[in-house]
Design a protein around this ligand. Structure first.
Ligand code: ANZ
Ligand code: ZN
Ligand code: ZN
Length: 686
C-alpha cells in the first residue's frame, strides 16, 4: 500500500479488477432475493453533466448497499438515443445522426466508467439500434391488433424550429419545450394515436397503490394530469331548429341557474352558422381570431374572457327557459363536448363572463341552514359543492341536497332521453407520430388497394436509413425513395411506407424491461426472466419526468400486462426524484454577473474586487454555469466527486455545487486513507 492517496491510480486499478472479476454482472437466481435499482438513462448529448453524476451516484450507493445486504442487484445503464439533437447535428455538420450519436455514446460511456459506477455493462442498450427499436415496432403492431392504435386528422402543435409536431405536453403554455421563445403553431395533420383514454381510470386509480413509494408531489401531478371529472351530458334544443347542443356539466344540480349556453369558437354549430351566411361580422372576426390561438392560450391564466352573442337561443330541457347562445374564448374545443351551460351564480368563470356581458346571475344553491334571501345579488360565485348544500329556485328539485339533486336529475335526463351520466378526462390520447427522421419508423405501409396495412412481423425491423438528406421541409424520410417504395404485405402490389417516426417517449416507456433480457431475438424480453427482475424496486431520476415519461411508462406496463408479457400493472415500486445540482453565481459591483470561471480566489478576474454571491441557479449549458465532471475527477478523483454529491444535500433536495465542499470531501478521503495506511500491516494488507 502506498502512503499517499492517489485517487486516479487506485480508482483505475480497482475498476480494472471489477471488470476482470465481472463483479457487477448478474443473472437471475431464484434462490436469492433480487433488487432492481434503476436510474433514468441519459440522452447521449456528448458529455455527462453534474445532474447525471448526482443521479447515478445516488443509485450506485443504493446498489452497493443492497449488494452488501445480500441482494442480487440488477443495475444497468443505456442510452435514450433517438431525438432531435442528433438530427440537428447532422444538418449542421452535413453528417449522419448515427455517427454523431455513437461517438457521443462512446465518449459518455468512458466518462461513466471512469466514475466507477457498478453497472452490468453487458446489458447496455441504445434505443436507436434496430435490435432495440424493432420491438417498438412490434409493440406498435400488437397494440394496433388490440385496437389501441388509430389514425385521425388532428390539429397538431407545430414548432417551426423543430420542424415537427409536438405532443401537448411538449407545447405547454403555447411554447416549444425545447425552444422557449418559439410560439407553437397549429396545423392539421393525419396522425397516429395510442388510446391512453382506455386506461385512464386505471392510470388514476392505481396511483393509490403507489402511495408511500412515490413522492406525494408526483402522485398529485399525475392525478391532476389525468384529471377525471364525473358529470353529465345534457342536450339543449336549439330554438326554432331540430338541432341540439350537447353540453358537459359536473353540476347538473345547477341547471335552473343557467343563463346562457356557450359554444367553443370552433364548435360545429358556429361553423354552420358562418357557412349559412347568417353570422354577424363581429362573430366571424371573433371566431377567426380565436381559431389562430391555441386552446391552451385561450384559457391561459389571467386571459380576459371574450365572447360574442350568436343571436340564437337554446331551450333548457328542465324548465323550458330560452337561453341566449354565445361563443367565448374560455370554452375549449377539446374538452367535454366543446359547449357549456353557463351558471354564473355558481361558477367563477361564468360569473366573470356574465357580469362583463350583463347576463343574469340567478342563484340556485345555498348552504345548509341558509337564512338570507337567495334572490339577493351575489358579490361573487358561490362554488361550494358541500354535500349539505341545498338546491333552491329549481321547481320540484328545490330542497334536495346537491348530491341528491345530481343523482335524481341525471336519472331524469337519462329516462327522458335528453342526457346521460358521463365521465371525462383531461388526459388525451397520445399522438405518437413525428415528422422527423431520427426515430423509430412506424411499421405500416399505405397500399392503394388495401389501405393502411401493418408490416408483417417477420419483416421487422423496418430499418431506418441513415443516409438521408435531413435538410428538408417536412419528413426527410418521405424524400428517401428506397425507403418509401415497397410492396404491400397483403396483396403484394406496390405500396408506400409510412414516413412518420415514433415519439421518443415510446423508447423510454419500456427500456428497462429490455435490460433484463437485452439480446432476445424472439420477444422484447422473456416473460420468465422479467418475472424474476421486475418490477423495478427503486427508480431514480429528475422531477421533470413526473408526468410525461412516468405516465407513458405506467401505460406501457399495463399494455404489456394485457399482452401477457408480465403479470403486474405498475412498473416502479419506489420512485426518488433527486434535486437539482445548482451553482451560485457571483456579482461584481463593476462587472455585474460573472461566470464561474471569471471568479478567481473570490475576486472578479477583471477588476480584482471582492465578489458577492448572487442567485443560486440550476446548472445548465444555457446559463453557462456548468462545472465539468471530468475536470473535477481529474483534480480530486471520482470518489471525491461522488462523496460530495451524497454528502452535500439529501437526495430529494437541491444541491449547491461548491469547490470548497469538494475539497472537504477530498480531505476526508485523504484522512481515511492515512488511517488505513497507518494500520494496514495489522490487517495483513500489502
Ligand atoms: C355548469 C356548471 C355549474 C359547471 C357550476 C361548473 C360549476 P371539470 O371539473 O374541469 O371537468 N366545462 C365543460 N366543458 C367545458 C369546456 N369545453 N370548456 C370550458 N369549460 C367547460 O369542469 C367541468 C365544468 O367545466 C363543467 O361543469 C362546465 O361548467 C365546464 F356551478 O357546467 B359546469
Ligand atoms: Zn422547438
Ligand atoms: Zn395491398
Amino acid at each position: 500500500m502506498q502512503e499517499k492517496y492517489f485517487p486516479e491510480e487506485i480508482e483505475e486499478r480497482q475498476q480494472e479488477r471489477w471488470a476482470d472479476a465481472h463483479t457487477f454482472e448478474v443473472e437471475p437466481d431464484p434462490a436469492r432475493k433480487k433488487f432492481y435499482c434503476l436510474e433514468m438513462l441519459p440522452y447521449p448529448s456528448g458529455r455527462i453533466h453534474m445532474g447525471h453524476v448526482r443521479n447515478y451516484s445516488i443509485g450506485d450507493a443504493l446498489s452497493t448497499f443492497k449488494r452488501m445486504q445480500g441482494f442480487n442487484v440488477l443495475h444497468p445503464m443505456g442510452w435514450d438515443a433517438f431525438g432531435m439533437p442528433a438530427e440537428n447535428a447532422a444538418i449542421k455538420n452535413n453528417s449522419r445522426p448515427d455517427i454523431w450519436t455513437f461517438e457521443n455514446i462512446a465518449a459518455m460511456r468512458t466518462q461513466l466508467q471512469r466514475m466507477g459506477f457498478s453497472y452490468d455493462w453487458r446489458r447496455e442498450i441504445a434505443s436507436c439500434t434496430p435490435e432495440y427499436y424493432r420491438w417498438n415496432q412490434w409493440f406498435f403492431i400488437q397494440m394496433w391488433k388490440k385496437g389501441l392504435i388509430y389514425r385521425k386528422n388532428a390539429t397538431v402543435n407545430w414548432c417551426i424550429q423543430c420542424n415537427t409536431s409536438l405532443a401537448n405536453e411538449q407545447a405547454e403554455g403555447g411554447f416549444c419545450w425545447r425552444h422557449e421563445e418559439t410560439p407553437v403553431e397549429l396545423r392539421q395533420l393525419e396522425q397516429w394515436f395510442i388510446r391512453v383514454t382506455n386506461y385512464a381510470d386505471e392510470l388514476l386509480d392505481d396511483l393509490d397503490t403507489l402511495e408511500g413509494g412515490w413522492p406525494e408531489r408526483v402522485l398529485a401531478m399525475q392525478r391532476n394530469w389525468i384529471g377525471r371529472s364525473r358529470g353529465a351530458e345534457i342536450d339543449f334544443k336549439v330554438d326554432g331548429s331540430d338541432k341540439h347542443i350537447r353540453v358537459f356539466t359536473t353540476r347538473i344540480d345547477t341547471i335552473y341557474g343557467a343563463s346562457s349556453v356557450i359554444l367553443a369558437p370552433d364548435h360545429e354549430l358556429i361553423e354552420e352558422l358562418i357557412a349559412s351566411g347568417r353570422a354577424s361580422e363581429e362573430l366571424k372576426t371573433f371566431v377567426e381570431v380565436q381559431k389562430a390561438i391555441s386552446p391552451e392560450d385561450r384559457i391561459a391564466e389571467g386571459k380576459e374572457k371574450l365572447g360574442v352573442n350568436t343571436g340564437m337561443f337554446a331551450v333548457n330541457p328542465f324548465n323550458g327557459a330560452k337561453l341566449p347562445i354565445w361563443t367565448a374564448n374560455f370554452v375549449l374545443t377539446g374538452y367535454g363536448t366543446g359547449a357549456i351551460m353557463a351558471v354564473p351564480a355558481h361558477d367563477e368563470r361564468d360569473f366573470e363572463f356574465s357580469k362583463k356581458f350583463g347576463l343574469p346571475i340567478p342563484r340556485v344553491i345555498v348552504p345548509a341552514n341558509f337564512d338570507g334571501d337567495p334572490n339577493e345579488p351575489l358579490a361573487e360565485a358561490f362554488t361550494s359543492k358541500d354535500e349539505s348544500c341545498i338546491v333552491v329556485n329549481s321547481g320540484e328539485w328545490s330542497g334536495k341536497t346537491v348530491p341528491q339533486a345530481i343523482a335524481a336529475m341525471t336519472a331524469k335526463a337519462g329516462k327522458e332521453g335528453f342526457g346521460t351520466a358521463q365521465t371525462n378526462f383531461k388526459i388525451r390520447d397520445w399522438g405518437v407520430s413525428r415528422q422527423r427522421a431520427w426515430g423509430t419508423p412506424i411499421p405500416f405501409v399505405h397500399c392503394g388497394k388495401c389501405g393502411i396495412v401493418p408490416v408483417s412481423e417477420e419483416q421487422l425491423p423496418v430499418v431506418l436509413p441513415v443516409d438521408m438528406n435531413f435538410n428538408t421541409q417536412g419528413a426527410p424520410l418521405a424524400e428517401h425513395a428506397p425507403f418509401v417504395n415497397t410492396t404491400c404485405p397483403q396483396c403484394g402490389g406496390v405500396a408506400k411506407r409510412d414516413t412518420d417516426t415514433m415519439d421518443t417517449f415510446v423508447d423510454s416507456s419500456w427500456y428497462y424491461f429490455r435490460y433484463v433480457d437485452p439480446k432476445n431475438e424472439k420477444l422484447p424480453f422473456a416473460p420468465e426472466i422479467a418475472a424474476y427482475w421486475t418490477p423495478v424496486d427503486q427508480y431514480i431520476g429528475g422531477i421533470e419526468h413526473a408526468v410525461l415519461h412516468l405516465i407513458y411508462t405506467r401505460l406501457w406496463t399495463k399494455i404489456m400486462r394485457d399482452l401477457g408479457l408480465i403479470t403486474f400493472g405498475e412498473p416502479v415500486k419506489k420512485l426518488l426524484t433527486q434535486g437539482m445540482v445548482c451553482l451560485a453565481s457571483y456579482r461584481c459591483e463593476q462587472h455585474d454577473w460573472l461566470y464561474p470561471y471569471e471568479v478567481i480566489d473570490g475576486k472578479c478576474s477583471f477588476c480584482k474586487r471582492d465578489v458577492v454571491v448572487g442567485r443560486i441557479e440550476k446548472m445548465s449549458k444555457s446559463k453557462k454555469n456548468t462545472v465539468d465532471p471530468d475536470e473535477m475527477i481529474k483534480i480530486y478523483g471520482a470518489d471525491t466527486v461522488r462523496l460530495f454529491m451524497l454528502f452535500a444535500a439529501p437526495p430529494e433536495k437541491d444541491l449547491e455545487w461548491s469547490e470548497a465542499g469538494a475539497e472537504g470531501s477530498s480531505r476526508f478521503l485523504n484522512r481515511v486513507w492515512r488511517i488505513v495506511y497507518k494500520w494496514h500491516d495489522k490487517f495483513g494488507g500489502a
